[in-house]
Design a protein around this ligand. Structure first.
Ligand code: SF4
Ligand code: SF4
Length: 487
């Protein structure tokens, strides 16, 4: 008969396994005689049947499964309940989670030589901690494949229609999102107009662009489907740098080890226990903060290179604290100093200074964006050239100019005007029509002519306006040389 398997030993594994979202628990015992009462024969293979039901609700979902066991010489056996009908067992456990007050009874029968006898009957107590842990599924990676537990089960599941459907859906979604991101990324680099051309025009006109879209799509798909958090750990420079950027006053996602460990350290949750009185820390060692962490670290060991400050552990721990009737914030935004000295968050001088600097930078950035012109122009004197004094005392200087179109549209019919000297003229060399192509640079030569009588000295600053359809776009200035001092 079964001699092992008291209620606690059966119940505890449910807890631990549920935390890992990998349902199933171990059951072990000794068989010392056959089901019909005769001494144990030499046949070492037996059938053990498990049946779990809710004694308060005969219509509730029940679970049963049969294990073929092999006994050793002492009659010892060990089975994992939930490992034969995995899917049904997970569904059954899921149904348990909604009924914290249900009374589940597990019966274990031995079948041998056509006889069946109940060799164990135990009440399974639902443990709030395990239920709470399981309910945290909503905080993990979600989607068509469900929470982390469901994803693990799906990974182990054989390739049936359900698994193929879910996997195809997931990877199609990854490819779609990767394709969208790839397009946005390329629009940023090569401009949205060029990207639209690549999409609209025949592929053979934009082979390079077309290949780039798919290379980036492949890259993002690789990141989503496989590389994932490794980007944050290995590829992102922030992770590498954060160690040197932080000090004990930096606000980070931190575990309050003073509160969490208490006097006697963290320990599992027990109902109706006053943890404070007996010196236990607030941490119930449920491991949820680790389970939900995308980079797989335990924030209770202090801030680490891999932490990407996603705050998933904060949410998970708050949920546990709420369910165990303890104050939230065991993992929270805090500095090492806040935790060590049990000080609340303070708006320190340093934070004020940084906030001010940040505000100034934002204002400067917005101002620069506001006053940014669509065309940049520069006039340069031709090296080695001074001036020419022409008929009627007109002074002429020669310049090269450079126009930069910062927009993604062509700018046609540009013209120059001398703003500083109304009687002066600007003569284009080699062209009469200025067309500035999108994101292009245009260079040319001009003569600027000003009557000597309108000049005040031999090296005068002149202002040149760039116009489109009579509207000034931008202005630049340069120097104009003349023989003015000699007169
Ligand atoms: S810190 Fe919170 S989530 Fe993490 S093990 Fe402790 S109680 Fe659980
Ligand atoms: S914030 Fe928490 S969950 Fe997120 S990476 Fe850091 S330790 Fe992990």
């Amino acid at each position: 008969m079964i001699t092992n398997s008291d209620a606690q030993k059966v119940i505890r594994p449910i807890c631990d396994e549920a935390v890992n979202w990998d349902y199933g628990f171990n059951y072990s015992g000794f068989i010392i005689q056959e089901a019909n009462g005769s001494p144990l024969s030499q046949v070492q293979s037996r059938l053990i049947q498990i049946f779990i039901s809710d004694s308060n609700d005969p219509n509730a979902t029940t679970f049963s499964e049969t294990h073929r066991i092999t006994l050793d010489r002492t009659g010892y056996f060990n089975i994992e309940i939930g490992s034969v009908r995995t899917r049904n067992f997970s569904e059954f456990v899921d149904s348990m989670n909604s009924k914290e007050n249900a009374e589940y009874v597990m019966e274990v029968s031995l079948n041998s030589n056509g006889n069946s006898v109940i060799i164990g009957s135990k009440k399974l107590l639902t443990v709030p901690y395990a239920l709470v842990s399981n309910a945290l599924g909503g905080l993990g990676k979600q989607g068509k494949e469900g929470n982390q537990g469901a994803q693990k089960r799906l990974a182990k599941q054989k390739w049936d229609t359900e698994k193929i459907k879910k996997r195809v859906f997931k990877h199609s979604l990854y490819i779609l999102i990767s394709f969208i991101i790839s397009n946005v990324f390329l629009a940023y680099i090569i401009s949205s107009n060029t990207l639209i051309k690549i999409i609209k025009e025949p592929v053979n006109q934009h082979v390079g662009g077309f290949i780039s879209i798919w290379i980036f799509t492949g890259l993002f798909y690789f990141i989503f489907s496989w590389f994932r958090e490794q980007v944050c750990i290995i590829a992102c420079p922030y992770g590498r740098l954060q160690g040197v950027l932080l000090d004990n006053k930096s606000i980070i996602v931190a575990y309050d080890y003073i509160r969490g460990e208490g006097k006697n350290g963290k320990s599992k949750f027990r109902k109706n226990e006053n943890r404070k009185e007996i010196g236990k820390g607030a941490c119930i060692d449920c491991n949820q903060c680790v389970e939900v962490c995308p980079t797989g670290i335990d924030i209770r060991n202090g801030t680490q290179l891999e932490c990407i400050n996603c705050t998933a552990c904060m949410d998970a721990c708050d949920f546990i604290m709420q369910k165990t009737q303890q104050p939230k914030g065991l993992i929270r935004y805090a500095s090492e100093e806040n935790i060590e000295k049990n000080k609340p968050f303070e708006f320190t001088f340093r934070i004020k200074a940084y906030t001010t600097i940040l505000a100034v930078l934002i204002v400067v950035l917005i101002s620069l964006l506001t006053i940014r012109t669509s065309v940049q122009v520069n006039f340069f004197r031709v090296p080695g050239e001074l001036y020419q004094l022409q008929e009627n005392n007109i002074v002429s200087n020669v310049y090269t100019y450079k126009l930069v179109n910062k927009t993604s549209k062509d700018i046609d019919s540009l013209s120059f005007q001398l703003n500083s000297h109304q009687q002066g003229k600007i003569k284009l060399v080699g062209t009469s029509h200025l067309l500035l192509k999108a994101q292009d640079i245009y260079q040319g030569t001009v003569f600027i002519q000003i009557p000597l009588s309108k000049l005040k000295n031999s090296n005068e600053t002149i202002k040149i306006g760039v116009f489109k359809n009579g509207k000034k776009i931008t202005t630049t200035s340069t120097h104009f040389l003349s023989p003015k001092n000699k007169w």
